[in-house]
Ligand binder design. Structure first.
Ligand code: COA
Ligand code: AMP
Length: 625
């Protein structure tokens, strides 16, 4: 039985008191006297007069409390066949020395550090080392191309870059260093230095005077103490897709973030110190920041960091092997990963032989979970499956099930009910709430709770414009869906041109910018079409310039290669088609929603504003080929 209503009422009665109580779960160098100051920032700031250090809370305080021998991080890498364990004391020592190495080369409070690393323990250490110094990290996912990395270097103007020599994808080694060198070459800003983790699968050439071996620097450095920061100082910047090619630098502060994440571990995931949590994501995404690195460590639990894929490394039983071997209590992954496993092993025969008795909940996020996938997982694992909805901007779940308060009866397809701090409403175009059970734009009544982005890096106006200007008094999530009679939220899809491919957030606008840069392309449209494995897959339609008379298949091949080169393999852009014309309204707006419906073979009404309905038939014919 769930006590949700009683408990959420306590938050509603006194939101600031509720969060002050949550703040007591952390160690502060100055405990905040004020919970929230509505006068600061676009919608206010949490704990404005508190000071603390996030790394101290994630590592030192556990060691000081006598728990240094507890396992903090287990690295499990089927890509290399290795497993490595770090106690809290060991992790603290590595992080303090890495912080010392960064400080010795001039990195201090407020400096930015780009981290470009695959799923290796040093990625988490690098994040924590920055936090220790009060430096601001910005992790860039390894599947992005050099140009995307360059855009982030230009925007964040980092003093240093911490990189690995390579990443490992099934069947191929991805050398990171050439991508990093190219990115620094392209960027308007040049970092002072780079620390490179040399992995034996592809050693990197180091540029004398600029690049240094990470492990050697760390070894030679002295341990650095934690630097006090204001709760409102930035902990990190995480770039995420916006509606244009220019990514949004989501800023996370130190205090609100630590409070919200620490509280969420018991509230939502039902975990206590010493338990094992495995979040099968990547440190390059927000899910990885929050639930591979910060939340588990803040709460003194053991986190599993996995370098592999749900299938093919070596098989669809890998997830179950990892859960059994490390005694995982909570597994958190994206529905795509389960669809990939189910496709290869529909009967879950590969669970056999793995002791999953300690696993007691599965959490899903990153994309909408189709009910059959949730039901399959619940049936095979015999544990509660909890879908929860959130975004890079919020940093932790907007809606969820709450194990501390008792889980709700399963409702596959729903993301649960609002977490404390999030008052979710479905609004119509004029900003009024639609009746319960009807679709609308999902928005959160201001203020946002601790942990949510207070602003965008160097772009406060863009923050106001993107999130606060649509509906007065609300944060616009850019998701559409409904809130039902009981307050459960059902997220159906985005209202902007963001698509979600294998749980990865991508901008179709950014892909269109790349296609439009091809010399033969006159105009183009990219839409996300339904994909049974990845949820969505990008589809590009291009119209060639007058007079261009080239082989269409060759042009399509070039376009696919161009998106991979400019955005990266993670865009998973594999399908480009040449069409004669694009469907548009009389005012010239491309009818992307209609194109998507044709691609998905859904029924659609011919838009009354369409310029020439015949184009829809032409598009249908091209897509049927
Ligand atoms: N570095 C370099 N390349 C990467 C990469 C990385 N870190 N991550 C992905 N890529 C590449 C892949 O190798 C692939 O390349 P290819 O086109 O040469 O095959 C391409 O980017 C697309 O990757 P992806 O969309 O992940 O597809 P996939 O076929 O490799 O794997 C799944 C499919 C479902 C197994 C995989 O997407 C998955 O595990 N998804 C879970 C998603 C997730 O954890 N999301 C995080 C949010 S919670
Ligand atoms: P990201 O910022 O990469 O975490 O992506 C956030 C987007 O993913 C959200 O705005 C949603 O569109 C989608 N999303 C994340 N979790 C869920 C969920 N549980 N259900 C439906 N959509 C989700």
């Amino acid at each position: 039985m769930s006590h949700y209503e009683d408990r959420i009422a306590q938050w509603r009665r006194d939101p600031q008191g509720w969060w002050m109580d949550a703040a007591r779960g952390l160690d502060w160098s100055r405990f905040p006297e004020t919970a929230f100051d509505a006068g600061q920032g676009p919608y206010g700031r949490w704990f404005p007069d508190g000071t603390l250090n996030t790394c101290f809370n994630a590592l030192d305080r556990h060691v000081l409390a006598g728990n240094g021998a507890r396992t903090a991080l287990i690295w499990d890498s089927p890509m290399t066949g290795r497993v490595q364990r770090f106690t809290y004391a060991e992790l603290l020592r590595r992080v303090a020395k890495l912080a010392g190495a960064l400080a010795a080369r001039g990195v201090g409070k407020g400096d930015r550090v780009i981290i470009y690393m695959p799923m290796v323990p040093e990625a988490a250490m690098a994040m924590l080392a920055c936090a220790r110094l009060g430096a601001i990290h910005s992790v860039v996912f390894g599947g992005f191309a050099a140009a995307e990395l360059a855009a982030r270097i230009t925007d964040a103007t980092p003093k240093a870059v911490i990189a690995a020599s390579c990443g490992l994808e099934p069947g191929r080694v991805v050398p990171y260093k050439p991508l990093l060198d190219a990115a620094i070459g392209m960027s308007a800003h040049k970092p002072d230095f780079c620390l490179v983790l040399q992995r034996e699968q592809a050693l990197a050439g180091l540029e004398p005077g600029r690049d240094f071996d990470l492990l050697a620097e760390e070894e030679a450095a002295a341990e650095h103490p934690c630097v006090d920061v204001a709760a409102t100082d930035p902990l990190y910047i995480l770039y995420t897709s916006g509606t244009t090619g220019k990514p949004k630098g989501i800023v996370r502060d130190n205090g609100g973030h630590a409070v919200a994440l620490h509280r969420s571990i018991s509230l939502i995931y039902g975990l206590k110190p010493g338990d094992v949590m495995w979040t099968a994501s990547d440190v390059g995404w927000v899910v990885g920041h929050s639930y591979i690195v910060y939340a588990p460590l803040l709460a003194g639990i053991t986190t599993v960091m996995f370098e592999g894929k749900p299938v093919g490394t070596p098989d669809a039983g890998t997830f179950w092997r990892v859960c059994a071997e490390h005694g995982v209590r909570v597994l958190f992954t994206a529905p795509t990963a389960l669809r990939a496993i189910r496709k290869e092993d529909p009967e879950a025969a590969m669970m056999a032989g793995h002791d999953l008795s300690r696993l007691d909940a599965l959490f899903l996020a990153g994309e909408r979970c189709d009910p059959p996938t949730a039901l399959w997982a619940a049936e095979k694992l015999r544990v509660p499956v909890v879908d929860h909805w959130w975004q890079t901007e919020t940093g932790w779940p907007i809606t969820a099930g709450f194990r501390e308060w008792g889980l709700f009866e399963p409702r596959p397809g729903s993301g649960g009910r609002g977490s404390p701090g999030y008052d979710v409403a479905a609004l119509d175009e004029t900003g009024h709430e639609v009746p319960r059970g009807q679709q609308g734009a999902l928005a959160i009544r201001l203020p946002l709770p601790p942990g949510c982005a207070p602003t965008l890096w160097n772009a406060e106006d863009r923050y106001r414009q993107a999130y606060l200007s649509t509906f007065a008094g609300y944060y616009d999530t850019s998701d559409a869906g409904m809130v039902d009679e009981q307050g459960f939220v059902w997220v159906m899809g985005r209202t902007d041109d963001i698509i979600n491919v294998a749980g990865h957030r991508l901008s179709t606008g950014a892909m269109e910018e790349v296609l439009a840069s091809h010399p033969d392309v006159a105009e183009c449209a990219v839409v996300g079409m339904a994909d049974s494995l990845k949820g969505q897959a990008p589809l590009g339609l291009v119209v060639l310039k007058a007079g261009v008379n080239r082989d269409e298949a060759q042009v399509a091949k070039e376009l696919v290669a161009l998106v991979r080169e400019r955005i990266g393999p993670v865009a998973a852009f594999k399908d480009a088609r040449v069409v004669q014309r694009l469907p548009k309204t009389r005012s010239g707006k491309i009818l992307r929603a209609t194109i998507r419906k044709i691609a998905d073979r859904e029924d659609f009404a011919v838009p009354p504003t369409i310029d020439d309905p015949m184009i829809l038939t032409e598009i249908g014919e091209v897509l049927a080929r």
